[in-house]
Write a new protein. Structure first.
Length: 160
């Protein structure tokens, strides 16, 4: 799993959903205020029926999807810690070869050279996130980011 700065991820997801037409609220802060109500009961419904679909869970989970540690905690009992590799995407983009080597080692695969590392799906944000909102979001994600340390073998790059 690649994890990225959850504040950047939330902003990017909002821009992406706006561009795709799944989000109707153009103001990011208001979309965040709507999230809890939009997602009410979604997890319970999806757990009860794994093949169920929930529009807002898929398209409006800006904060929920950035709580990576919660997701990893749900997966760990199913797969085992030794079968899960979590990488910091900022480090991957900065040094893709190092991350690629780590993936090959984790999978027990031979190194046969490097592919071309290109970036896809990059969109500009419709407007910058106000500093006060970014600070509130960083505070919101702090306990979740702290729990990532054991998965990343160190502090996430966006917390340094």
């Amino acid at each position: 799993m690649l994890v990225r700065d959850p504040v950047e991820r939330a902003c990017s997801a909002h821009a992406h959903e706006l561009a795709r037409g799944f989000e109707t609220e153009s103001h990011f802060e208001h979309a965040l205020e709507l999230e809890e109500g939009r997602l009410a009961g979604a997890e319970e419904r999806l757990r009860a029926s794994p093949h169920a679909l929930h529009h807002s869970h898929r398209h409006h989970a800006y904060l929920a999807r950035g709580r990576y540690a919660d997701q990893l905690d749900r997966l760990e009992p199913l797969f085992g810690r030794d079968r899960m590799l979590v990488l910091d995407s900022h480090r991957f983009f900065a040094e893709p070869e190092t991350a690629y080597d780590r993936v090959l080692e984790f999978l027990g695969l031979p190194h046969l050279g490097y592919p071309v590392f290109e970036r896809y799906n990059r969109r500009s944000l419709p407007r910058p996130v106000p500093r006060a909102l970014a600070a509130r979001l960083r505070d919101h994600f702090e306990p979740y980011d702290a729990r990532l340390v054991r998965w990343l073998d160190g502090e996430p790059s966006w917390r340094q």
